[in-house]
Every structure is written in C-alpha cells, then in structure tokens.
Design a protein around this ligand. Structure first.
Ligand SMILES: Nc1ncnc2c1ncn2[C@@H]1O[C@H](COP(=O)(O)OP(=O)(O)OP(=O)(O)O)[C@@H](O)[C@H]1O
Ligand SMILES: [Mg+2]
Length: 489
C-alpha cells in the first residue's frame, strides 16, 4: 500500500507497465464470478497493462491486503458481513485518499452508493454488472487517480521547496522583515526591497507572493540586469506583429504574463530611464501598451521591486525617476546586511547546512561551537549568498561530520582568516574561555579608542556611531579604558 505522504511515482510507473491490481470485495461467490467475467470482457487494454485480480470476502480482509501490497483500484460490494462497504470506503480514504474505490450496488440501493461517494468513493457500478460500462468506469477511475497521485507528488515537492527556501533568523531586524512580509502580502500595494547583495531580497519577494491570496497565480521574475537593453521594452510590455524586424507574431510581455499574480522587478535600479517612464504608466493606470501596438491591455497584479542600489541617491543623480521611486516605495523593506544582525549568522548557517547536507546525503553534518563563532565574526560582504557558498564547499570538503573552526577558516578569504586568529600567540596557550575573555578585552579597548578618536573624543557621538546607548558606551569605557566616561573627553 502506498503511504499518501511518500508517493513513489517511478515505482508506480514500473508497476503500471507490469500489471494493475484490482481488489474485489464481495462475499457472494456468484457475484464474484459475474464480476470476474465482466472484467475479462471489459476492454482494459487502453490502460496498457496486465490486470491481476485479488478477491476478498470481507472489508477486514480487504484492509489487511491493502497493508500488504499495492492495489490500483478497489471494487466493493455495499453489503458485506461485518464492516459494510460504506465503512470500508471511509477507512480506505484515511489510508490512501487517491486510491479509487468503485462501489457495486443494486438499483434499489443507489442511495447507499451516493452516500459512499460522499465518503470519498470515486464512482458506482450497478448490478448486474455490464462489461462495457465497467470497463469505461475503471478506465476513468484509474486515469484520474494517477493524475491525483502525480499532483500529490508535485504538492509535496512544492512544500519541500518552500521549506528549503524559507527565510530563517532570530534578530530583531529579521523579525521586522518578517512583519513587513506579512503586511505586504495582505495588501496589494507595490513593495520595494532594498539591501546589499545576497541579503535575501529575492527570497523575501517570493515569500510575499507565497503568503498572499494570489499565491496560486504566476510569480514572474524580471531581472533588469540580464535582459538586453534593446529587448527590454518588448520583453516587459510585449509587442504586436510587425512592430520590428523579426516580430512575426503578437507576443505578450512578461508583465502581462503575470496577470493576477506578482511581478518581481529585480535590480530595478538598472532600468533605463525610458522604460522607467513606461513602467510608471503601468503602475498608475494598470495598463500595458505592447511595442508597436495602439491598444492598451488592462492588467491587475502586485509589483515587487528590489535593488542593492541607493535609489534616493540615484534620484539625486538623475538616473532614477523620482515619481517612480515614490510609486514603488509605497511599502519599503530595508534588509540590513548580515554584519548588522550577527545573531542571524549561526541560524542561517545551520539551516543551510541541514538543507545542503540533505541534498548531498550528509544531513548529519554539524558545526561545532568554535566554527559558529568564526562564522559569526566574519564580515560577510556577500551576505547570505556568500555564506551559502561557504556552506556548500564546507560540506563537500569537511573530513568528518563535525565541521570545525579550522574547516571554516580554511575556506574564508585569507585576510579574514588572519583577522580571526588571535593576535597574541600566547592566547592559544590559555584555556579557551580565558583566551576569549582576553581577546574581547583587547578588541574592545582598541574599538573604543578608535571610535573616540574618530569622534574627536565626543562620547555621545562615539556611542551613536557605535550603535549603542551612551550610557552603555560610558560603562564600557569605565571597564576597559579605566575612564569615568561621564564627560566628553
Ligand atoms: N534569512 C535567510 N534565511 C535563509 N537563507 C538565506 C537568508 N538570507 C539569505 N539566505 C541565503 O542567501 C541566498 C541569497 O539570497 P537572495 O538571492 O534572495 O539574495 P538577494 O538579496 O536577492 O541577492 P542579490 O542582490 O545578489 O540578487 C539564498 O539563496 C539563501 O541561500
Ligand atoms: Mg536577488
């Protein structure tokens, strides 16, 4: 019996080539004879397989068989000795909702068959059984159940995909991002996601679409850096036949193809000014005008844009339209770089290790504490993308399933790795906790001194630039610099 959660299509196909198994549940030997005869007569060839029949006289016997071997279809009588046909249908539904059950009934008990269908039976067959009618119904049931099974497999793969692509994090910034996503998914307004490369902007855009009521509609990605400039207008807005050489037929644009769903305009900062004007019109009027066309087409969709550029700066520089910027940024999601939310680094690293490890058959791999610390202290200029690349390589190269600080350091850029080694070689002679304490002390002292020097000794300014409250900064000064920190120095 196939477990509904674990469907193996290839196994199904293999079986289908060899034989289909039909389980007949009938306690009356004459009816069994008639049924077998009808099945022999019925033209089952279009199903393309050999047929094997199993017969059981009770519902309990049928359920026992279903536990033992795969069955493709069940034909059951309604009147059975202990558990009746109706209950059998319900039980089969809980075991495998995609296994087609056909109930066999007499004309005067059709209402029972209808009940059975309410409980999940696929169809009913009238007694005395007619071979042609039975063949037609069997054929239909098996085809449809195969489609349902395939659909269940895709759904399961989809769920796994969503899970694999899920965003993880524990920082307050990450919580804010998740709140923004929920908010953006609820409303229909345009969203602008900004952040450095690899911070997860693409994943966030997808998450908004997936959490929106339009999740089953298309999610169309348009990467403004990869579409050649000369083709961008026609790619985005479509063209009509004869609009330019080579336009041999009308072609809808990517925007139109996302109708009813979401368009994700990635790297919007790269969109040429001319197209910015055209895009603004789409956003304001919900209409697209294909290249060479005179008629506009109405569209209705959510626009999500992302950029790693400072668009306000581009607006000032005159390379990005101010009106488009305001139109896009109705809802803004700023995504801080990983180095500003270091708590997220070990969480993302573990998540990626589990996911990539699973793909490579190494799901038991794990980071030890020191490895996570090395990861957390690196600057990650390429953010999540760089972290993912490192995890990918570390899984391939790690000699054992425990990934150590050394394994990680070996893959970090040399400069960074050097930074992470304690400056004082004597530190390594100390026990870990003590060495760490000493390193923190050294680091904090240098940090505070440098910050104060940069801010001309003004504590308020230095604290602000360090991103910590003034009081906290003063306490650190007291502890590490021995200064009172009560006045600006
Ligand atoms: N919070 C997170 N949780 C899980 N994975 C993450 C997270 N942030 C980033 N990643 C990882 O980083 C990778 C890059 O994410 P994504 O492609 O969405 O970034 P991006 O901001 O669109 O980057 P780019 O600007 O380079 O296009 C993802 O494939 C994922 O592996
Ligand atoms: Mg991206």
């Amino acid at each position: 019996m196939t477990n509904p959660g674990v469907l193996d299509l290839s196994a199904m196909k293999k079986r289908a080539k060899v034989q289909f198994t039909i389980l007949i549940v009938e306690d009356n030997p004459t009816d069994v004879e008639l049924m077998l005869h009808a099945l022999e007569e019925a033209d089952l060839k279009p199903l393309g397989g050999e047929f094997e029949m199993e017969v059981r006289a009770t519902a309990e016997g049928a359920l026992a068989l279903l536990k033992e071997r795969p069955v493709d279809l069940v034909l059951t009588d309604m009147m059975l000795p202990a558990m009746d046909g109706l209950d059998l249908v319900s039980r089969i539904q809980t075991i495998d909702p995609n296994l087609p059950v056909l109930v066999v009934t007499r004309m005067n008990a059709v209402s029972m068959a209808v009940d059975a269908m309410r409980r999940g039976a696929f169809d009913y067959v009238l007694k005395p059984v007619n071979a042609k009618d039975l063949g037609m119904r069997l054929h239909r049931a098996i085809r449809i159940s195969e489609i349902l099974r395939r659909h269940a497999v895709y759904e399961q793969q989809d769920r796994q995909q969503v899970e694999a692509n899920s965003l993880v994090g524990v920082s307050a910034s990450f919580d804010r991002i998740m709140q923004h996503i929920q908010e953006a998914a609820r409303v229909h307004s345009t969203v602008l996601i900004t952040g450095e490369t690899g911070t997860g902007k693409g994943m966030i855009a997808r998450a908004i679409h997936q959490q929106s009521p339009e999740r089953d509609r298309p999610f169309q990605v348009i990467d403004c850096t990869t579409v050649p400039e000369g083709m961008m207008e026609s790619e985005l807005f479509g063209h009509v036949r004869g609009a330019f050489t080579g336009a041999i037929a009308d072609k809808p644009g990517l925007i139109e193809l996302a109708n009813g769903g979401s368009v994700f305009l990635d790297e919007i900062g790269e969109l040429p000014l001319l197209l910015q004007a055209k895009l603004l019109r789409v956003l304001e009027d919900n209409e697209v005008r294909p290249v060479g066309g005179t008629r506009v087409r109405r569209v209705d969709m959510r626009f999500i844009a992302a950029t790693n550029k400072d668009l306000e700066e581009s607006v000032r520089a005159g390379t990005f339209r101010r009106d488009l910027y305001y139109r896009l940024a109705v809802l803004s999601i700023p995504v801080p770089p990983l180095c500003h939310r270091r708590e997220d680094i070990p969480v993302i690293a573990r998540h990626l290790l589990l996911r990539l490890g699973r793909e490579m058959g190494r799901s038991h791999y794990h980071f030890d504490e020191a490895a996570l610390e090395v990861l957390s202290s690196y600057a990650w200029p390429g953010n999540g993308r760089e972290l993912r690349n490192l995890v990918e390589r570390v899984v391939m190269l790690a000699p054992t399933d425990t990934i150590t600080a050394q394994d990680v350091r070996a893959l970090l850029p040399r400069e960074a790795a050097k930074d992470l080694t304690p400056h004082d070689p004597n530190l390594c002679a100390l026990p870990y906790a003590e060495a760490k304490e000493r390193a923190i002390e050294e680091f904090t002292t240098t940090y505070l001194r440098t910050k104060l020097a940069q801010c001309d000794g003004v504590i308020t300014k230095a604290a602000e630039s360090s991103g910590i409250p003034r009081q906290h900064f003063s306490l650190l000064m007291k502890r590490f610099l021995g200064s009172s920190g009560s006045e600006d120095i």
